[in-house]
Design a protein around this ligand. Structure first.
Ligand SMILES: Cc1ncc(COP(=O)(O)O)c(C=O)c1O
Length: 377
């Protein structure tokens, strides 16, 4: 047996790896599976972005530098200004990242020092917690409850002075909830007062069906705010691995010192595709319409089939309340051809719900709706 890191040994299997097993087993039994499990968009990457990538390939391929291409950082800063009305210094306050997962995972390694407490929401994307654990931090969970609009209850937490980091994710995976600016303002003010960093994962900021979500960069006191964003969902570019961190010069300096030992930055041709993507909103509007249509087909069918919509109106997730253990419900849906994620995969606070990622194409979403309405399979 090869020795493993004790943290790795203690972790349960990455929950989503189990979905792969479920899908394979169902297919082996002859079930025609429509996969709403993992949030990997299957929309085509717009052609102009693919062209920009191809044109960005130079004769000589050098190591990308951790600071990133100035043009890429300028494109991100211009987008932040247009989209959120915030001015971020492209020279000092933006660091390019390979998508956002690696940056989220490794962030605690770069910035957790004497204070070792990291607060993560639950239910949640598992990477905040895993990154903290591999960095040797102590993790505390902030439960999100439907009754509180899927926001953590700040009044019931009392370890503010021990905190190094607090993670938030709005629009939220898995619930689709958004956060009002007043909530982010309050948390950013506490971050400033108590000396921790507010890490805001905004991977889904561009997928919305009501009002456009806000960014934590818009708060009044932004010194301790660190924003992670990515082109993966906005521009259907999960395979490119292109995103950024926007934060104070101090935090970005720490990342510029840390990252050359690690993943550095996206390949320069990817950054060139990325800057083309940030300069265009038309394709984002188009992709939002596609997700909106899928949502409008599936949500009424799910409600007619007895599920209660319990989530918000952003991201590409549907979050539905169920009366039985979520894994049992997910197993039953799988036998009918719909692969969904049980809420329990996102931590105990996710029990009682299931999540659908609106990633199958529109035809498959219509087929799934027909199955739910009893006319399809
Ligand atoms: C909440 C959340 N944050 C971050 C990511 C990371 O995405 P990427 O690494 O593709 O930017 C994901 C991916 O599914 C996610 O769901």
């Amino acid at each position: 047996m090869i020795p493993r890191s004790p943290v790795l040994s203690a972790l349960a299997q990455y929950p989503f790896a189990r979905l792969d097993d479920w899908r394979a087993e169902a297919r082996a039994r002859g079930v025609d599976v429509i996969d709403f499990g993992v949030g990997d968009p299957r929309e085509p990457t717009p052609e102009f972005i693919r062209d920009a990538l191809a044109q960005g390939v130079a004769d000589v391929s050098s190591y990308p530098r951790a600071v990133g291409l100035p043009e890429y950082r300028e494109a991100v800063a211009a987008w932040l200004s247009r989209r959120f009305g915030v001015e971020v210094n492209a020279g000092t306050e933006i660091v390019p990242t390979l998508g956002s997962k690696e940056a989220i995972f490794s962030f605690a390694q770069a910035v957790v020092g004497e204070r070792r407490l990291v607060a993560v929401p639950e239910p949640a994307y598992p990477v905040y917690e895993r990154g903290a654990l591999f960095a040797g931090a102590e993790v505390v969970t902030l439960p999100l409850a439907e009754a509180n609009g899927w926001l953590p209850d700040l009044e019931s937490f009392d370890r503010w002075d021990e905190l190094a980091l607090v993670w938030t994710c709005y629009p939220n995976n898995p619930t689709g909830a958004t956060a009002p600016l007043a909530f982010l303002d309050e948390l950013a003010a506490r971050a400033h007062e108590h000396g921790f960093l507010l890490c805001s994962d905004e991977a889904y900021s561009e997928l919305w069906f009501g009002d456009p979500p806000v960014s934590a960069l818009q708060v009044r006191e932004r010194e301790n705010v660190v924003v992670f964003n990515t082109l993966s969902k906005r521009s259907s570019m999960t395979g490119y691995r292109c995103g950024f961190v926007a934060a104070s010069r101090d935090v970005c300096d720490a990342l510029r010192a840390f990252r050359p030992t690690l993943g550095t930055a996206p390949q320069e041709f990817v950054q060139r595709a990325g800057l083309a993507a940030y300069a265009d909103e038309a394709h984002v509007e188009a992709v939002r319409s596609v997700y909106r249509r899928k949502r409008e087909v599936l949500l009424p069918a799910l409600e007619a089939a007895g599920f209660r919509s319990a989530g918000g109106d952003a991201s590409f997730f549907l979050w539905l309340a169920v009366d039985e253990p979520s894994e049992k419900v997910a197993r039953r849906l799988l036998e009918r051809g719909l692969l969904v994620a049980p809420g329990s995969f996102f931590g105990p606070a996710g029990e009682g719900y299931v999540r659908l990622a609106l990633v199958p194409d529109e035809d498959d979403c219509r087929r799934a709706a027909a199955i739910l309405l009893g006319s399809g399979a």
